[in-house]
Write a protein that binds this ligand. Structure first.
Ligand SMILES: O=C(O)CCC(=O)C(=O)O
Ligand SMILES: [Fe+2]
Length: 295
């Protein structure tokens, strides 16, 4: 699931100035996608690398990938717009980049805030298994996280788990409870390209292999759920942990997750974050993708 960039491709990409992107509402414009594709496919080994990436995401047993863009991040600086355009160009080989949030143009910062709810995005604690935008009727098909800086104190490993495999290990009664529209989480406002608010929602939607597993571990503490439904969700949470893989994202690593197959989360950052200057703290950038057929 880790994909290295061949050195001849890295060399070509450093000198491949992609133009500023244009937007079409919340989506990256088709004209930009075509322009990026034309520029990038001219680089040696780009087409093969993009094929490897798509295969890692869509092939049997697949569902996530980490593109190792660290050398490019070093050469261009990980938070430089030229580097972000290259990452956007790779993402656009998978699906259409978009931003559901009016505040962010495509890339959203996930920094570290010591006084935030520790279990949430940019908190310092354990961020339990979840899918992003779980309470939307059309969550993003892919969520992606680009690592600008890992936790300098060494915490914050990424965790991933195959959602359908975890659900399949549960007893039938438990799966039946998870298929009921008895779950809810969070608020929904001012979001683009993700449909309507979905509340209450079922965790399992019947089409066991194709559908989303609409789960977020955060609802176990933060939503009022009936006892039987909460117990079923806790069992799923346990199975997700049992099947998890974890790894530390390095600077320039670009994690792409198919939200229909894998749920994601993050282990706690190391203690002592308040002693780390804000400019040195962990920083990820998040981008969502919509599969072309569904745009
Ligand atoms: O901090 C991380 O590694 C993951 C953050 C996350 O999943 C989110 O903000 O949705
Ligand atoms: Fe997330």
């Amino acid at each position: 699931m880790f994909i290295d960039i061949p050195s001849e491709l890295e060399a070509a990409l450093i000198d491949c100035p992609l133009p500023m992107r244009e937007l079409d509402g919340p989506f990256l414009a088709k004209s930009t996608i075509e322009r990026y594709r034309t520029e990038l496919t001219a680089a040696p080994s780009f087409t093969e690398t993009a094929t490897t990436l798509r295969h890692a995401l869509t092939g049997e047993g697949g569902g996530y990938a980490v593109l190792r863009l660290g050398n490019l991040a070093k050469a261009l600086r990980a938070d430089d717009s030229r580097f972000l355009r290259l990452a956007t160009g790779f993402a656009a080989q998978v699906a259409v980049p978009f931003s559901p949030f009016p505040r962010w143009i495509l890339w959203k910062d996930i920094g570290v805030k010591v006084d935030k709810d520790p279990g949430k995005s940019s908190g310092i604690g354990y961020n339990a298994f979840h899918m992003d935008l779980v309470n939307a009727t059309r969550p993003p098909d892919y969520t992606t996280l680009l690592c600008v800086r890992p936790d300098p104190l060494g915490g914050g490993r990424s965790i991933l788990s195959d959602a359908h495999a975890a659900a399949a290990r549960l007893p039938q009664e438990c799966r039946a409870l998870l298929a009921e529209s008895a779950y809810h989480y969070g608020v929904f406002f001012d979001l683009f390209g993700v449909g309507e608010e979905y509340s209450p929602f079922p965790v399992l939607d019947g089409s066991d292999l194709e559908g989303f597993v609409r789960f977020t571990g955060k609802m176990l503490q933060r939503s009022q759920l009936g006892q039987a439904h909460a117990d079923a969700a806790s069992q799923l949470a346990e199975e997700l942990v049992r099947g998890q893989v974890s790894f530390m994202l390095q600077p320039g690593d670009y994690l792409i997750v198919d939200q229909r197959r894998f749920l994601h989360g993050r282990e706690a950052l190391h203690s002592g974050q308040e002693t780390v200057p804000v400019a040195d703290r962990r920083l990820l950038l998040q981008l969502f993708l919509r599969a072309p057929a569904a745009v």
